[in-house]
Design a protein around this ligand. Structure first.
Ligand code: PEP
Ligand code: MG
Length: 323
């Protein structure tokens, strides 16, 4: 299916209004990297680092990880790769960690919470990322941050490791950009300083939506019950966009919804300038963005939102059919 859109590969996702949306891809394996070229993605917006930890029966060694991350960056050929530090816990259980008997693992000891409690693993991963990025830019993203103090603590660890590498006389990345995944509603209301500390923010829509509606993303009975395009969820997204605009932080959306055409158009119209999705979605999303006027769509969305509808899906779908 990607071939249908091959002609678009090197063209920008620019609407007829002139607004350009950067399209990135999500990845998690070396094997995903060839899609960077094939899909025309501008970079990797989310590199999930869990898999290398899940497939072994011991904590991977720093040199192993550094080698892998280096190969990822080599394959990306200068396009940015946003590495997300380990997001384990919840459903992703490491074979060599004591199983946690938690009643609500998705809201339990996971992601940055584990990283800050087991600092050795986070430090080791960060060291591997720094060593893999010698002479080129490093983008690090912390998962499931719920509070500014967690971000500050993780940020401090990263800076300490940078300083340590420098002290050891090692060559350094040419640049470092640090950001957070926004996956809990609380972070949309964090102090301004949090936004100012971020070089970028990426909405993890899968988790954000699950916590906003209190609907388990793994539970078939409830996971599709609430519409991503509901006016209440979009109100939260507008809040996030406003906070990021105020602090001038680049904002992206990297949950599964970013790859769904109507959702992607809506996010772009609302103000997201970056979307990160599975590679196969880039062609169809780009095709659609290039056909529409995002300013006009924005007016349709605003009007639908003000009219008191529970979801804007109907009006947006109807508008799209007329394009
Ligand atoms: C998300 O929550 O939207 C996300 C991108 O992260 P993951 O799906 O890995 O939890
Ligand atoms: Mg998530």
């Amino acid at each position: 299916a990607q071939d249908r859109y091959a002609g678009l590969r090197d063209l920008p996702a620019t609407g007829t209004c002139g607004t350009t949306i950067q399209l990135y891809m999500n990845a998690g394996l070396m094997a995903d990297l060839p899609s960077l070229e094939g899909s025309g993605a501008e970079g990797v917006g989310l590199f999930r680092t869990e898999l290398q930890f899940l497939i072994r029966n011991h904590v991977p060694r720093r040199a192993e990880l550094a080698g892998l991350y280096r190969r990822v960056l080599d394959n990306a050929q200068g396009k940015p790769v946003h590495f997300r530090t380990l997001d384990i816990g919840s459903d992703k259980v490491l074979p060599y960690m004591k199983p946690q008997d938690e009643p609500n693992p998705a809201m339990g000891w996971r992601a940055i919470r584990v990283g800050l409690d087991k600092r050795g693993i986070l430090r080791m991963q960060v060291q591997a990322l720094i060593r893999a990025s010698v002479g080129r830019p490093l983008h690090v993203m912390f998962p499931f941050v719920a509070d500014i103090t967690e971000y500050e603590a993780a940020y401090r660890i990263l800076m300490q490791e940078m300083a340590r590498e420098q002290r050891l006389g090692h060559e350094m990345p040419s640049d470092i950009r640090v950001g957070a995944m926004l996956e809990t509603p609380s972070l949309a209301y964090a102090p301004k300083k949090f936004f100012e500390m971020c070089d970028f923010i990426s909405v993890g829509g899968n988790d954000l939506k699950q916590f906003f509606f209190a609907a388990d993303r793994e539970n078939e009975r409830v996971r599709r019950r609430y519409d991503t395009l509901s006016t209440s969820f979009l109100a939260l997204l507008r809040q996030i966009i406003a906070r990021c605009d105020e602090a001038r932080v680049p904002l992206s959306f990297c949950g599964e919804d970013a790859g769904r055409p109507i959702e992607a158009l809506t996010f772009a119209a609302l103000g997201f300038r970056r979307l990160s999705m599975r590679p196969a979605s880039i062609g169809p999303v780009k095709h659609l963005i290039r056909r529409v006027d995002l300013t006009e769509l924005r007016a349709v969305i605003d009007e639908a939102q003000e009219s008191g509808l529970s979801s804007i899906r109907g009006p947006v779908t109807a508008w799209l059919a007329r394009q």
